[in-house]
Design a protein around this ligand. Structure first.
Ligand SMILES: C[S@@+](CC[C@H](N)C(=O)[O-])C[C@H]1O[C@@H](n2cnc3c(N)ncnc32)[C@H](O)[C@@H]1O
Length: 231
């Protein structure tokens, strides 16, 4: 008999494991059609363990020796393969289908993706930058990634925009995408709430200093809100 479960835990088969936050559940669901998954910056490896329980072959990495020790402790006893290293470096020769980059800053993710040309395989990337997601849209456009999926999760008052990206084949760049307004999320339930939050952040910042760029961004976000309200 299994009795009462510790708070936040559940049984997956005969393994007792902590539940994932909704933002990580989205990533787990997106991984479903793929076999080999790599989680870069996997921390204690909770998502990696769930993915392994789902039947995927999973690689998990951490940057620092301390982080790597924590990852090894977290996935002990599971089939998750662990590596220590920076970004894609430990995975360059691994035939992965999906690389997850979640919970890292947008600039860190951008720097990591710079090495994607060196990957043996041509994986798709699931990217969930925290906290600077709006500026990450500009990276997606500037570096001409193809957006396969885009959705936003709201959890405990925070928004987690998430992309699935693939390399764009040469010559197929779409120059019609707005560099600032992330319209790839316009079908997401949380799109309006996220835009309102981004407006609010700018209004607060503008109370303390006049800034032409922030003013312009606020105007464009408000225009986008008016556009979706008109639809
Ligand atoms: C905030 S945690 C997020 C953990 C998990 N991915 C999630 O979304 O909950 C970010 C983790 O990424 C690791 N990290 C940061 N930069 C990295 C890099 N360049 N390569 C690999 N891991 C990195 C950090 O050590 C940290 O454990």
């Amino acid at each position: 008999m299994r009795g009462l479960l510790p708070h936040g835990q559940e049984w997956a088969g005969d393994v007792l494991i902590r539940r994932l936050e909704p933002r990580l559940e989205l990533i787990r669901a997106w991984c479903q059609p793929y076999q080999v998954i790599a989680d870069v910056g996997a921390h204690e490896g909770l998502l990696a363990r769930w993915l392994a329980l789902d039947g995927h072959t999973v690689w998990a990495t951490e940057l620092t020796p301390g982080g790597f020790r924590e990852l090894c402790r977290g996935v002990a006893g599971s089939p998750v393969v662990v590596r220590q290293g920076n970004g894609l470096a430990p995975l360059l020769r691994v035939p992965v289908d999906v690389v997850i980059l979640a919970g890292l800053g947008g600039q860190t993710i951008r720097a990591i993706l710079r090495r994607h040309h060196e990957m043996l395989s041509r994986p798709v990337y699931i990217v969930q930058p925290v906290p600077d997601a709006l500026s990450f849209h500009q990276v997606v456009v500037a570096e001409a990634w193809t957006i396969l999926r885009a959705d936003i999760v709201r959890y405990r008052g925070r928004y987690y925009p998430t992309w699935m990206l693939a390399m764009t084949p040469a010559g197929q760049r779409d120059d019609g995408i707005d560099a600032f307004i992330p319209q790839e999320f316009s079908q997401a339930q949380e799109y309006r709430g996220w835009l309102e939050r981004e407006c609010e952040r700018r209004r607060i910042a503008l109370r303390y200093h006049d800034n032409a760029r922030l003013m312009d961004e606020l105007r464009r976000l408000e225009d986008e809100l008016a556009r979706i309200e008109g639809n």
